[in-house]
Design a protein around this ligand. Structure first.
Ligand code: NAD
Length: 497
């Protein structure tokens, strides 16, 4: 049985004192274990990353970018193995894992572009014979802490850009599905990344707390649930670190009476149930404007849901796989039950799903709940399962009120044929990522990803232009060389032109 180790300074290091089982979520069987880093293991990794920083910072930018080009080629070459590793520990079906990997590779492509991004700003003659420029310097050792649901894509949101900007990096992936992240980091080394620039350390709170408090770590990127994001942000910033902490979500789709309902149904099927709903951009609430839209939407969803295919990663025609763990499945089931006891109507009940193959894993089927209201736990909490709640509104303002009043503000979308409504919605809705007839408006790598309200703690979003700003620090230099024609005598006034 395999034991997953860390990758520190280009070498595999295995912690044996504390381990966690790695289960295949489609069977519930233990397939291996992961060694959890002690504080000392993490301190060793930080020391390695700190030692690698000066030479890496001074490596010409084009050389760093060339490694990213080769890294992209390695990722494409090993795509099937990566998707297999994701599936074995996460349960994702290969077609979905391939989508995750493609979106991750986009971020490597963006990182190839950092020499252009880091050019800075220059002004000549800001004063007599004086030039001034701003440059973006790397921070030093930076760290990323990532969730289970995108074991490859979310790490790739972070370190390709961070290291291309000249930082060294420590990744603490989810302890629930670490193998794909380790494999991918190994590929970065195969692409020519020097040892110590990228280190992967597996662990739990002990490892994370060491990162948050060690003064050699300059910045923390976190993606995960909101309670953890909030606490990580508070601890990291109180230790003087820059921090961006992306949290959970409850993404609403509003369906207007004029929308193309068939199109909305197809869009919602993938957005609500894809990846078992374990996506921070999953649509988990459909707000139907008017009873007619609600009834057609529910009828369409009910018909489509009858042919959902649930099963393991072994069959690539499955629509989605299991949830990550037995404990998570039990939580999802209990939230469905709570909706029923709170008075909502269970239109499609996924609590005892028909699974294509072996059903001993952590499966929940697609679930549709109508007449959900704001006071219900199933509405307030992020369920993170294949569950779509329907709420009803009388008009667009009332529908937007649901989105705006919710504690989360990650993504949202509007289905309509009305341009005026679409513009009003995107101008006034309180969420960071907005779709118009686009159910999963996940920004491409050259924009940035981030929610509003309690979906993001910090000022800068992930990847893209914000990512580059997050992983660099501005320095502005003002320069004059002595010149006989410009000699000045001492002045005690504040310098001005
Ligand atoms: P999680 O918060 O349980 O774990 C995320 C990371 O934090 C893991 O690496 C974990 O080891 C670590 N961690 C967990 N508890 C900790 C603690 N008490 N102290 C220190 N570190 C701790 O999240 P998860 O269950 O792995 O992922 C699902 C969550 O992530 C969902 O809420 C989902 O919405 C969110 N998510 C958000 C985004 C986004 O971009 N906003 C993207 C993906 C996932």
């Amino acid at each position: 049985m395999k034991t997953v180790g860390h990758l520190i300074g280009g070498k595999t290091v295995i912690s044996t004192d504390r381990t966690l089982p790695l289960n295949n979520p489609a069977t519930g069987c233990k397939e291996g274990e992961v060694g959890l880093a002690s504080a000392k293991d993490m301190q060793d990794a930080i020391a390695v990353a700190a030692a690698a920083f000066p030479a890496w910072r001074d490596t010409p930018q084009s050389k760093r970018a060339q490694i990213m080009f080769r890294f992209k080629a390695e990722l494409e070459k090993h795509a099937d193995e990566i998707c297999q590793l994701i599936g074995l520990e996460h349960g994702k079906i290969p077609h979905d894992a391939a989508g995750e990997l493609t979106r991750g590779i986009e971020n490597v492509e963006f990182a190839c572009f950092t020499p252009e991004l880091l050019k800075g700003e220059f002004s000549k003659n800001v004063g007599p014979g004086i030039d001034s420029w701003s440059e973006f310097q790397p921070l030093g050792v930076v760290a990323g802490i990532t969730p289970f649901n995108f074991p490859v894509m979310v790490p790739l949101w972070m370190y390709p850009l961070a290291i291309s900007c000249g930082n060294t990096f420590i990744l603490k992936p989810s302890e629930r599905d670490p193998s794909a992240a380790i494999f991918v980091a190994q590929l970065a080394h195969d692409a020519g990344l020097p040892d110590g620039v990228l280190n992967v350390v597996n662990g739990d709170k002990e490892a994370v707390d060491t990162l948050l408090t060690d003064e050699r770590v300059q910045a923390i990127s976190f993606v995960g649930s909101t309670p953890v994001a909030e606490s990580i942000y508070a601890t990291a910033t109180s230790h003087g670190k820059r921090c961006q902490a992306l949290g959970g979500a409850k993404n609403h789709a509003i369906i207007m009476p004029d929308a193309d309902i068939d199109n909305a149904v197809q869009a919602l099927m993938g957005a609500a149930f894809g990846s078992s709903g374990e996506r921070c951009m999953a649509i988990s609430v459909a707000v139907a404007v008017g009873d007619e839209a609600a009834e057609s939407l529910i009828a369409g969803l009910k018909t489509e849901m009858a042919s959902l295919k649930i099963g393991s990663m072994e069959d690539n025609s499955n629509d989605f796989g299991p949830l990550i763990s037995g404990a998570h499945r039990d939580r999802v089931v209990s939230l469905i039950s709570s909706a029923e006891s709170d008075g909502a109507s269970l239109v499609v009940d996924g609590r005892s799903p028909i699974v294509n193959d072996d059903d001993s894993g952590f499966f929940v089927g697609g679930t549709l709940i109508d007449h959900v209201t704001q006071d219900m736990a199933s509405y307030q909490q992020e369920i993170f399962g294949p569950v779509l709640c329907v709420v009803r509104a009388r008009n667009l303002d009332e529908a937007m009120g649901f989105v705006n009043d919710h504690e989360y503000g990650n993504g949202t979308c509007l289905f309509t044929r009305d341009g005026e409504a679409a513009r009003y919605f995107s101008d006034n809705v309180k969420a960071g990522m907005v779709g118009i007839n686009v159910p999963l408006p996940v920004p491409v790598s050259y924009h940035s990803f981030g929610g509003w309200k309690r979906s993001l703690f910090g000022d800068l979003a992930a990847y893209g232009p914000d990512g580059m700003r997050f992983y660099t620090r501005r320095k502005t230099i003002t320069q004059r060389w002595p010149s006989a024609s410009l000699r000045e005598s001492a002045s005690f006034s504040f310098p001005s032109n």
